[in-house]
Every structure is written in structure tokens, then in C-alpha cells.
Design a protein around this ligand. Structure first.
Ligand SMILES: [Zn+2]
Length: 287
């Protein structure tokens, strides 16, 4: 399998391949995504594309020695580390630094994948930071994480961050579409009855309502990122960038923050077993 054969995340995959093609591969990446997103597959295929001797428009050929070694898990300079027990400890990063200090065996670079990067202890993170600050030429370090909140900001700021999506089921796709339309109405300050109607049967289904609120919150966060933060690589739904940017500009930062807190309140209401329809309608009044 090559990078471009990975289903979903097409834009991210294309950007990665493009960086290989143009020789602009960075030395540090963070692939963030929930358990449904196959972060390791993207990291591995990206590594293959970087190492491939053929470089087919920036992608792996699946045929050359390096591609085959990568597929068989025996490429000498590919280093993978993960949590030992519940965390990645300082010693693991120390050992990694020892490996990186050696000359690459097979080619001209080391490629490192750190699974569950958010489980790194603070000491491990601070140690890794030194490596990220002064990487050996050619070294590529990829952090995989479900939750970047545990990572220190100095690490985040040294990585190119990509948010990966899982493969969505049809139902999840429908909920997302509904959240998209609903957010649009909220931005326009549509009247209560229209927003209430836009909820459809989600108001009767607690589980879907939860997914709907997640999706809705992501949209408002994306709007804030587009309009005010300018860190667009962090977008959850980069394919909607143009619309999100436009919507974000229509809202003040205060209104964006109020929307996010109204959504979070609705989520807490659901957790407290408050009637789903009531929780959602209460949220509409505050958006
Ligand atoms: Zn190849």
C-alpha cells in the first residue's frame, strides 16, 4: 500500500506526498486523531514514501528494497517506540537519543514513530524537546497521539500538526451534515423554530445527540481557528475551510466562546440525564 491508497484524509496524504516530491519534508510531525483514525498507517506509509528509491510523485513504489523492508518491518533505521505500561518514560527517550546519535545503517536518515506520544512523562517530553530542537540532518520524528492536551506547548510548536479522521460510518456522516447545517443557521441567527426544526430526530436520540454536539463543537472551534488563530493545520474539517472562515468572521471571539460553552453545557445536561430535546433547545437559546 502506498500513501495515496490510504482511505480518508486525502488532503493530508496529498500534502505529505507533495512534501516528499518537493524535498520539503519536515523533521517533526504530530498526527493526532481518535482511536478510529489509523495514525500508524499514515506514519508508516509516509516513512515509506520518504525512504522509497523510486519516489513516484512523492509516493512509495511498494517494489524497491526500502519499500519492501518497510512492509516487512525490518528497515534498519526505522525506530518505533510506545508506552511501557501506561507511559513513555525518560529512559525510552534517552535510548532513542542514543540510537539517533549513531550513523544510519541503511540510508541517510532515521525515521522515528512515537506511538501514544501523549503518555510521555514530563521528563521524557523535555528530553525529546532537545532532539526536536537540534535534529540530525534528515531525521524525521512522527508523534502519534489521541489527545494532545498532555503534550507541552513547546513540543507542539515544533511539530507540523495534522488531525486525522477515522473512517466515518453513514450514520456518523449524517450527524455531521446535520451539525454543519445547524451551525450555519446559528451563525445567521436564524429564528428558534427553524433551528429547532433543523435538529430533526436528533432531539429524541440521546446517543446521536452526543455525536451531534461533538461535531457542532468542532465546527465552532474550527471557525475560531480559521478566523482568529490562523493555525489551519489544526482544523477538524479542513475540507470546509472556505465556509468555516467566512462563518468565523461573522462572529466575534466572545460569541464563538459563548457558543462553545453553550454546547458544552448541553453535553453536561445529557450526561446528567436531562431530557435530550430540552437540553438541545436550551442550547439554541444561548447560541
Ligand atoms: Zn519504493
Amino acid at each position: 500500500m502506498a500513501l495515496r491508497n490510504i482511505a480518508g484524509n486525502e488532503r493530508i496524504v496529498e500534502r505529505l506526498a507533495e512534501s516528499v516530491r518537493t524535498g520539503t519534508v519536515s523533521h517533526a510531525y504530530l498526527f493526532e486523531g481518535d482511536s478510529h483514525a489509523d495514525k500508524f498507517a499514515v506514519a508508516k506509509e509516509f516513512a515509506k514514501a520518504v525512504l522509497c528509491e523510486e519516489n513516484l510523485r512523492g509516493d512509495a513504489c511498494d517494489q524497491c528494497v526500502n519499500c519492501r523492508k518497510m512492509d516487512h518491518g525490518n528497515y534498519e533505521d526505522f525506530i518505533e517506540i510506545g508506552a511501557d505500561g501506561s507511559s513513555i518514560k525518560d529512559e525510552a527517550i534517552l535510548a532513542l537519543q542514543g540510537e539517533l546519535a549513531k550513523k544510519p545503517y541503511a540510508g541517510s536518515r532515521h525515521i522515528v514513530v512515537i506511538r501514544d506520544a501523549d503518555t510521555m512523562t514530563l521528563r521524557a517530553q523535555n528530553r525529546l524537546l532537545k532532539t526536536l530542537e537540534e535534529p540530525a540532518l534528515g531525521t524525521v520524528i512522527m508523534l502519534l497521539s489521541e489527545n494532545t492536551e498532555n503534550l507541552v506547548s513547546t513540543i507542539l510548536s515544533r511539530c507540523i500538526v495534522f488531525r486525522l479522521h477515522g473512517q466515518d460510518s453513514v450514520a456518523a456522516e449524517e450527524v455531521r451534515e446535520r451539525a454543519r447545517l445547524f451551525a450555519e443557521l446559528a451563525v445567521e441567527r436564524a429564528p428558534f423554530y427553524r433551528m429547532s426544526a433543523a435538529l430533526g430526530d436528533i432531539a429524541q436520540k440521546r446517543e446521536e445527540a452526543g455525536a451531534f454536539l461533538d461535531s457542532l463543537e468542532r465546527r465552532f472551534r474550527d471557525m475560531a481557528l480559521c478566523a482568529y488563530d490562523k493555525r489551519e493545520t489544526l482544523l477538524y474539517e479542513p475540507e470546509d475551510r472556505t465556509a468555516l472562515k467566512e462563518q468565523g468572521r461573522m462572529l466575534t471571539p466572545a460569541r464563538l466562546a459563548a457558543a462553545v460553552s453553550a454546547i458544552e453545557e448541553a453535553r453536561r445536561d445529557l450526561a446528567r440525564n436531562i431530557n435530550t430535546g430540552y437540553a438541545l433547545k436550551n442550547m439554541i437559546l444561548k447560541l
